[in-house]
Design a protein around this ligand. Sequence first.
Ligand SMILES: [Zn+2]
Length: 183
Amino acid sequence: MILEIWWSSLAAADRDLLGMLDAGERARVESLERSADRGRSLISAAMLRVAVGSYLGIAPAEVVVDRTCAECGGPHGAPRIVSHGTPAPSVSVSHSGLLAVVALVPRGPVGVDVQRLGDLADPADGHGWATREAMFKAGTPERGDVVVHELRPPLPGYVAVAVAPAELEGAPRITHWPRPIPA
Ligand SMILES: [Zn+2]
């Protein structure tokens, strides 16, 4: 059991990735007005599929992602992986500025948050903000049940935190998708 962290940047946004997405994800990407928003939505949805597909040993396009909102039933909720047979991993996705991040654990609560410090009202509280967001996404578990992992974003000027089950062993495994971001 390990926490997997996948990083990507807007530089990876490419129309070819649309072929990996399901109809709802494509509609969401194409409904966004600003190209940066479309790019963030595209790489987040595609990287989630690549990460889960790699974990389950299936093609990214075969991954089934349920985004039903718990509040209203709309298609914009936190992603949940639907898997038949193999137990589905828990996932969390965040994007900000030029970066997108996916966190994956085999089971249990997980939350991840990345923030571009320049976008925050109080950049000095960036770590606290990201921690609160990640805890909220993990379902606000008891502190003893989870560990807060401070992540190192691949670009300067960002802060990122992941919350994952305390029972996981060792440091997170980091993947840069589709390749490391040039410094
Ligand atoms: Zn809703």
